[in-house]
Design a protein around this ligand. Structure first.
Ligand code: MOS
Length: 761
């Protein structure tokens, strides 16, 4: 339930940050739906991120985390004396003197395991072992070098590929069972005319948003105030309150902008409670930004995978059996399952289908959500294996997929809410010119370059959860919309404004947006591609409530031209209330409100998935086609162009929506060709902990992108008709590139990323 104070919070929220609105000379055409609220504030540097705030009247201080250099064992001694006496140092917290938390670190009170300096144990290299606060960041960092830790090291569990025989079932499942057996797999594969039996691997990957994880914390009496770089403002208060053992309403988190998250900011890591603890000790605001090197270790990672795939097809190219067994690494501290085989249960129609996930314990930082967790590495492997099967069958890979088109969800035995993948395949294939693809690898040569074409299916679940929102209609006829959501660069500000403008019959320019503040009405974590689908229906509901109040006010007001009119005869549009039958009869919202006390009208809304939706499975779909060129001498693969079409329900906003899909595809290219965290298996340290050696694509690596959407509303999923789009772009894209490289060279690389050394072999 929304309480009154939450709505009133619209006034006080985001004190140092003006609400986002379109203030630039800009004439958006609402029909184009091509506006972006945050563009000006980001380009001009006005947008402030979590480590950039000051606290009025207080002197800031800077927190620095010192990390362990062994991967397993315990700390024997840490000498605080020298560090405490170093210039500018305000506090040195270690396991010996850090404030105690109500629950030991080994028993995380929230979902994720964090390290809060409660004991001398070390579980991975890079684990926080001390937290230093000083007047400047350099002073804190220097003091960290004076601690001279002595350890008792034990042998860490590190060699993943040597220990696959130790893989075990996860202790807890995910949103689906970890294992599923449907049909007689042996029989289905036994009768197949063509088979593949292959093992694919994907490496550890680290999300590297432009903005590192960062927290600014200070206390006002017993109230904890936080600026945090997060994907979860609402859930964040709960995590922090539980971890520190304080009431949830004494935690206030603000986050007007998040500089990218990709899943890594969906959980609250050690630095957040540690910064809060340190701020209490030094009685000053503390700013802590995770260093780029520390982004590789204590704020999560995508786990390494080994994926064994068996496929069988009849001579006419219909899948008979599909088996997908995944082994992933997990941290010794916590089981985290990236469900890379889930999509294999329902992406195609099969007679028999077996999937399984197992984990191998490693002395590494906790693994976590990473854009399209499951589907990203899962489709990279499965969709290349499908290409291998098509090659065995001497069949067009698109035809193979069409032959086994899943008309329903065989795993759950449910119909889809809506599925238009056939149209997506067709549209993308036509735009790409797929009919020109030679079946025989190595056929097209341009000078020193071998050219190849590849394709893959993209798939990601459509998620939705309960959310709240509030709107305030101001006496000047403008409106404010607010919710404790967050904008990761995805466009939340923009679609909140659009949805409220739609609901109140206003121009988006007349709507200001407040988000990123935990005192606003509770909303969802921006993960699982669910923000738009969860939040926008709540905004629509709030606008509906506001409309009821405005109509009632007009009807009750003898001075209104709409006096005595029942609500069903009234409408809102162009900033006016009017009679549906004679739109000329009416008045502006401003005129009505000015006359009626010159006060705003507040309304709250909420929305949650309907019970009816449970009868269906909701998935988004897409088709990705890639053209690559591979140099015959250097073996360097180069993506020339990617064409993709998605079935994602209704498109909310062309600019922010297509941009997210493009970003996802770029990341798919990154999985295919570039990203790879290297682990030193003796010391448990990541070797390439920087953006020079951890390769991500630059513009020159991408070529041209042609992204289209079908834009067919999925009203069985939600009245809004829009499914999420944050993650589907990364799925399938890596496989499309891998398959294009095979088509160019005849070489099948099954260990991602596909680097020139592997193509040389
Ligand atoms: Mo996404 S990895 O669910 O933030």
């Amino acid at each position: 339930m929304i309480v009154e104070t939450e709505v009133l919070a619209l006034e006080g929220a985001v004190p140092q940050q003006k609400a986002e609105s379109l203030e630039e000379p800009h004439t958006p055409d609402p029909k184009q739906l091509a506006i972006r609220y945050t563009a000006l504030s980001k380009v001009t540097g006005k947008a402030k991120f979590a480590a950039e705030f000051t606290v009025p009247g207080q002197k800031m201080s800077y927190g620095y985390i010192v990390c362990s250099t062994i991967a397993a064992g315990k700390i024997l001694s840490l000498d605080r004396t020298a560090a405490e006496q170093a210039p500018g140092v305000l506090a040195v917290l270690t396991y010996e003197n850090a404030p105690r938390t109500p629950v030991p670190s080994s028993k995380p009170p929230t979902r994720r395991h964090v390290t809060l300096l409660q004991d001398p144990g070390v579980d991975y290299s890079g684990q926080p072992i001390a937290y230093i606060v000083a007047e400047t960041l350099d002073q804190a960092r220097y003091a960290g070098t004076l601690l001279k830790p002595r350890y008792q090291a034990s042998t860490p569990l590190l060699h993943f590929h040597d220990r696959l025989n130790q893989a075990r079932p996860p202790k807890q499942g995910g949103r689906q069972p970890v294992e599923e057996h449907r049909g007689d797999l042996d029989a289905a594969l036994g009768k197949a005319a063509a088979k593949v039996d292959v093992v694919y691997t994907t490496p550890i990957q680290h999300a590297n948003p432009m903005e590192p994880h960062a927290t600014t914390a200070w206390w006002e009496g017993e109230k904890l105030k936080i600026y945090d770089a997060t994907q979860a403002v609402s859930n964040g208060t709960q995590s922090l309150a539980k971890t520190l053992g304080i009431p949830i309403d004494s935690v206030h988190i603000q986050c007007p902008y998040t500089g990218g998250g990709f899943g890594s900011k969906g959980s609250q890591w050690s630095h957040v409670p540690l910064t809060a603890m340190a701020a209490k000790v030094v009685k000053r605001p503390v700013v802590c930004a995770i260093e780029r090197e520390q982004m590789f270790g204590n704020v999560g990672a995508r786990p390494e995978t080994v994926q064994h795939i068996q496929l069988g097809a009849s001579a006419d190219g219909k899948l008979t059996g599909l088996r997908h067994d995944v082994i992933l690494h997990t941290s010794t501290m916590e089981d985290f399952l990236e469900p890379a085989a889930y999509q294999s249960r329902y992406i195609y129609a099969t007679e028999a289908n077996w999937t399984n996930h197992q984990l191998v314990d490693m002395n590494l930082g906790v693994a976590t959500f990473h854009r399209a967790p499951g589907e990203a590495p899962g489709t990279a492997a499965l969709e290349c294996a499908m290409d291998e099967l098509a090659h065995e069958l001497k069949m067009d890979p698109l035809q193979l997929r069409l032959n086994s088109y899943a008309e329903n969800d065989q795993s759950q035995n449910k119909p889809w809410t809506s599925k238009h993948l056939r149209e997506a395949y067709q549209q993308a294939a036509d735009r790409f010119g797929w009919s020109k693809r030679p079946q025989q690898p190595g056929t097209i040569r341009e000078g020193n370059l071998l050219i190849g074409y590849g394709m893959a299916t993209a798939i990601y679940g459509a998620n939705r959860s309960a959310s709240q929102a509030a709107v305030r209609v101001l006496p000047n006829g403008k409106a404010i919309v607010g919710a404790a959501s967050q904008d990761l660069g995805t466009g939340t500000y923009t679609i909140m404004a659009q949805t409220a403008a739609d609901g109140l019959g206003l121009d988006p320019k007349q709507v200001e947006v407040l988000l990123g503040d935990s005192t606003l009405p509770k909303s969802v974590v921006s993960g699982g591609s669910q923000t738009a689908a969860s939040l926008c229906p709540a905004i629509t509901d709030a606008c509906g409530q506001a409309k009821v109040k405005l109509f009632q006010m007009a009807s009750d007001d003898p001075q209104s031209p709409l006096h005595g009119q029942p609500a069903e005869k009234l409408a809102l549009g162009g900033g006016r209330l009017y009679l549906l039958a004679t739109p000329g009869t009416g008045e502006t919202i401003a005129a009505l409100l000015t006359r009626n006390g010159n006060k705003p009208v507040d309304a709250q809304g909420s929305a949650e998935p309907s019970e009816d939706a449970k009868a269906f499975t909701a998935q988004s779909w897409g088709a990705v086609f890639a053209e690559v060129a591979v140099d015959v001498d250097t073996h360097m693969p180069q993506v020339r162009r990617i064409v993709a079409t998605y079935d994602i329900g209704k498109l909310m906003n062309r600019k922010t929506g297509i941009n997210q899909l493009e970003g996802g595809i770029v990341w798919g290219v990154s999985i295919a060709l570039e990203e790879d965290t290297h682990l030193d298996e003796n010391y448990g340290r990541f070797v390439n902990r920087n953006l020079a050696e951890y390769h991500v694509p630059v513009n020159a690596d991408i070529g041209t992108l042609d992204v289209t959407v079908l834009d067919i509303p999925d009203t069985k999923f939600s009245p809004l008709g829009a499914r999420g789009i944050g993650e589907i772009g990364i799925t399938g894209a890596a496989a499309a590139v891998g398959n294009a490289i095979f088509n160019a060279t005849g070489k099948r690389v099954r260990n991602f990323p596909i680097t020139p050394d592997k193509l040389m072999a």
